[in-house]
Design a protein around this ligand. Structure first.
Ligand code: DTR
Ligand code: CA
Ligand code: ZN
Ligand code: ZN
Length: 439
């Protein structure tokens, strides 16, 4: 499959509500532009009562249909119809996609919120089917209800996102990610390439909850970890997830994925009970795939937190306004790098003020045979060194043409920054051609 166009999701560097637009006065060796800032609209609170009401509806559907909402059973189709009706009433463009598995008809529900960049789709989803043994309220009514209420919150807000928002509810996940695989595999390649990211919620309200974040796409992982950090709730990386839920269908197609999980049949450790509360030595969800996975099998706190976390991700990524890069300063004077020698090249930064950003970009252009000889550091005005590149006895390629991102938020922006280049191996020399700092 040809490499996908980089579709990395970029997130707001902190939710900034004011656009810093001071135009800086150009200096001799600098090109400047409006001060940079990334904008994102803060998400609303997702009412727990609304999410729980959806769970009560799904429980009622199971009760009225043989006690489950499994693939091929009437309870599943009733679940699809119930959610579709709410989304149609909320102004979504919905579609029910059929597929056949084990000789039974399955259904996916896709809901598109009108507007946003059709070339940048942020999708959130959850599997709606249960196992045959029960109502599947945590697995996965919880994820389905959280995604539904987030979609309804988008409608209530009449949100006008910059990305196009799409939501999905998958069939037959319990039989092997069947519905989501069908969706991804039947999506035209051109449409698949437009999906900038997929967020998966599968089991997000386990009664003895852990707070796990998928560690697939860094941007999506960061959004969720930042959200939980703001709550003061520690998170762990989801380690048993690879291939275990619908995000795998998207990841296998090269789409950036992320998601949340509160645990299944694994036992909560003492250390986890220390950080999260709950009970060590018993499963995160003792009713996993059992008939007791009912409305009583829910942690309200976990359901509330994960519903709000999803909304935070949808609003943060879905409404981000990418602004032009910030002020930049460049030094194009060649500086020779002799063998086994250390040299520096200065850039004087002025007029920026305040602290340097957490995403300070250092673009470096060094002509040098066998670049593995080189160690490269960025020196802040106070002398603090930030390692950009280590030496390598195996990297025989020539030249360094790279942009490094440095968290320089503890440094004053204005002052003399230096690029320090050390040639640490005999033979091969070169020169600094140019380098640039963008704030
Ligand atoms: N396979 C899911 C439950 C599950 C187990 N491990 C993970 C990790 C991440 C998400 C989900 C899961 C199911 O039974 O639906
Ligand atoms: Ca909430
Ligand atoms: Zn399951
Ligand atoms: Zn599940």
């Amino acid at each position: 499959m040809p490499p996908r166009r980089a579709h990395r999701l970029r997130t707001a560097a902190g939710t900034v509500t004011v656009l810093a637009a001071a135009l800086l006065v150009p200096t001799a060796d600098a090109s400047v532009a409006a001060a940079p800032a990334a904008l994102a609209v803060p998400a609303p609170d997702i009412p727990l009562a609304n999410v729980k009401a959806h769970l009560a509806d799904l429980q009622a559907i199971a009760n009225a249909n043989g006690g489950n909402r499994a693939h091929g059973k009437p309870g599943y189709k009733a679940s699809i119809d119930h959610i579709k009706a709410k989304l149609d009433a909320a102004g979504y463009t919905t579609a029910v996609q059929q597929f056949t598995y084990n000789g039974l008809t399955g259904y996916n529900l896709i809901a598109d919120w009108p507007g946003g960049d059709p070339g940048q789709v942020l999708m959130s989803g959850a599997h709606l089917d249960s196992v045959a043994s029960g109502a599947g309220i945590n697995d996965n009514g919880s994820g389905s209800a959280a995604v539904l209420e987030t979609a309804l919150a988008v409608s209530r807000a009449a949100l006008q996102p910059t990305k196009h928002l799409r939501f999905g509810w998958w069939g037959a996940e319990e039989l092997g990610l069947v519905g989501s695989k069908h969706y991804v595999n039947t999506l035209p390649t051109t449409e698949r390439a437009k999906i900038a990211g997929y967020v998966n919620l599968d089991m997000v309200a386990s009664p003895n909850p852990g707070y796990f974040v998928y560690d697939d796409d860094p941007a999506l992982e960061k959004v969720f970890k930042d959200y939980y950090a703001g709550l003061g709730v520690p998170t762990e990386i989801e380690t048993e997830g690879d291939g275990r839920s619908d995000h795998a269908s998207f990841k296998n197609a090269g789409i950036p994925v992320g998601g949340l999980f509160t645990g299944a049949s694994r036992l909560k450790t003492s250390a986890q009970a220390q950080k999260w509360g709950g009970t060590a030595g018993i499963a995160f969800d003792r009713c996993y795939h059992s008939s007791c996975d009912t409305s009583a099998n829910i942690s309200d706190t976990a359901l509330d937190r994960n519903s709000d976390a999803l909304a935070h991700a949808v609003w943060t990524i879905g409404t981000e306004v990418a602004l032009p890069p910030g002020p930049s300063f460049e030094n194009t004077t060649d500086v020779t790098v002799p063998d086994n020698t250390t040299v520096t090249s200065p850039i004087t930064v002025s007029g920026v003020g305040g602290s340097a950003p957490a995403t300070l970009k250092a673009a470096v252009d060094i002509k040098h045979t066998w670049r593995g000889d080189l160690v490269i550091d960025l020196l802040a005005p106070d002398g603090t060194a930030y390692r950009l590149k280590n030496s390598s006895s195996s990297d025989s390629a020539d030249n360094v043409l790279a942009t490094y991102t440095v968290n320089a938020s503890s440094e004053a922006a204005d002052g003399v920054w230096k690029l320090r280049v050390q040639d640490v191996a005999t033979y091969d020399t070169g020169y600094i051609d140019s380098w640039k700092l963008t704030f």
